[in-house]
Design a protein around this ligand. Structure first.
Ligand SMILES: [Zn+2]
Length: 465
């Protein structure tokens, strides 16, 4: 196949150059030149300037307003994160660090689709057919996986041609998994597989395949911790849905998070346990993250986060210990370091508890990440509890944003968070005075607080300075 005419375009300023360069001539940025196809090769589909095909139009009023059908895999958390199942004709990117379980998850999905009678093609550019077979044999879905069509291939043209040939010969291909986008390459571009131009062009062509043939396409993309590698980040605007698969390597649970979804809400999470037989949906994520609340040490506080539409209870742990002779350390895991610094300053100035001479460690248990200020109150309560070395009430939940003046502000969707807390056996809820809902779940006593000082008094019996 002849190569297409390509240019290298600067991702910063848009300047074009005929050849790749490390530095853009126009704006001087480094490593921003990415190869793009400008015209298909002579002899290609549009050779000889044939007139473009005329497409039929449809009156807007005649478009069926019924919800598009969705395919449920029965892997409950996976269906949930997608917004209620797989949408035919969609392109879904599943990103995550190598080894996190992306291939396992999508092999399970492929097996389940195949068992439901949907033709499924699994393309592996990473592993041999035998390796994929051995992986499938370990799954709970092993017998379902037998019907999945397997293709070990890295040429995009061959993958698309195989899918199209199967379709035109009347065989059903309804789902396609590409593992991974970094191993696939198109002949139209010169660059090596995995570079930004290749990854982007391949994804765009798979998107066209998905739309034209109504196939659900899943693309696996590897992300490294630094995030500097060409890949998922550059694809996010091309695909319909972006799912990130996360987890600490040492923990057995994994979180699947939708960061973009044209067919559902974003920020939804699904929680799985990684077992030898594959990924198993976790029925009650709060119970997993919360652990045992019977014997809690000082420095532990519970809060309820909203993950998409779903409340999840998590434990925030803080440890303040006397620093050595060096500068006191601030170590935050699962919480933004700057937010921690801010809360330490508020605790000092408004709560009269200084950590200036202490090393401070703050951690969200279970590898969850706290991204909303609603967890502030739990963080300061945990810090104060650690400094005082007195445990907080074990069955209390803390919900509130803490302002610079030490004031406690209401959080959104407080009813849903309280309902989850009550469900998990919490008996007390510390809430912003202004944000106490009219109705609270039975068994959960609300403690209204206006300021950080109030919280310290009510929990640790401590007078604010
Ligand atoms: Zn430039």
């Amino acid at each position: 196949m002849a190569r297409a005419r390509t240019v290298h375009r600067c991702q910063e300023c848009g300047a074009e150059a005929p050849r790749w360069a490390g530095r853009c001539d126009a704006c001087g940025a480094w490593n921003t030149m990415v190869e793009e196809v400008v015209a298909p090769p002579a002899g290609g589909r549009r050779a000889g300037r044939a007139p473009a095909p005329v497409a039929p139009t449809v009156a807007l009023g005649a478009v069926s307003a019924a919800a598009s059908p969705r395919w449920e895999t029965g892997l409950r958390e996976f269906d949930f994160v997608l917004g209620g199942g797989i949408v035919p004709g969609s392109l879904v990117l599943v990103g995550g660090e190598p080894g996190i379980g992306k291939s396992t998850l999508l092999l399970q999905v492929a097996a389940r689709l195949s068992a439901a009678g949907r033709g499924t093609l699994y393309v592996s550019g990473e592993e041999s057919a035998l390796q994929v077979r051995l992986r499938a044999d370990r799954l709970a879905e092993a017998s379902d996986a037998a019907g999945v069509a397997l293709l070990t291939e890295t040429s995009l043209e061959a993958i698309v041609a195989t899918a199209e040939a199967a379709l035109s010969s009347g065989r059903r291909v309804e789902a396609l998994v590409v593992d991974s986008i970094q191993t696939v390459h198109t002949e139209l571009l010169e660059g090596a597989p995995g570079n930004v131009g290749q990854v982007r062009e391949c994804a765009a062509r798979l998107m066209r395949l998905a739309k034209d043939a109504g196939i659900a396409v899943f693309v696996i993309g590897h992300v490294t911790k630094g995030g500097g590698i060409a890949g998922p980040k550059t694809l996010e605007h091309i695909v319909d849905t972006v799912l990130y698969f996360e987890g600490e390597g040492s923990l057995e649970h994994r979180v699947l998070r939708a960061t973009k979804n044209r067919f559902g809400s974003v920020d939804e999470i699904g929680v799985f346990r990684m077992l030898p037989s594959g990924l198993v949906p976790v029925e009650n994520p709060s119970a997993l993250f919360l652990g045992d609340r019977e014997a809690v040490a000082s420095g532990s506080a519970v809060t309820a986060l909203m993950e998409g539409t779903r409340p999840v209870l998590v434990e925030v742990q803080a440890l303040a210990a006397r620093a050595g002779f060096s500068t006191p350390q601030r170590v935050a895991a699962g919480i933004d370091g700057r937010r921690l610094a801010l809360l330490l300053a508020v605790l000092d100035k408004r709560g009269g508890i200084s950590c200036a001479q202490l090393d401070v460690f703050c951690n969200v248990v279970g590898g969850m990440r706290v991204q909303e200020p609603a967890a502030d109150l739990a963080v300061v309560a945990a810090l104060a509890s650690s400094v005082a070395d007195r445990p907080l009430p074990p069955r209390a939940v803390f919900l509130g944003e803490v302002g610079l003046g030490g004031e406690v502000r209401p959080v959104s969707q407080v009813e849903r968070r309280l309902a989850e807390a009550a469900k998990l056996g919490m008996t007390q809820a510390f809430l912003a005075e202004r944000g106490v809902p009219r109705r609270t779940p039975p068994g959960l006593a609300v403690v209204p607080v206006a300021s950080l000082g109030d919280v310290l008094r009510r929990t640790l019996g401590r007078e604010a300075a």
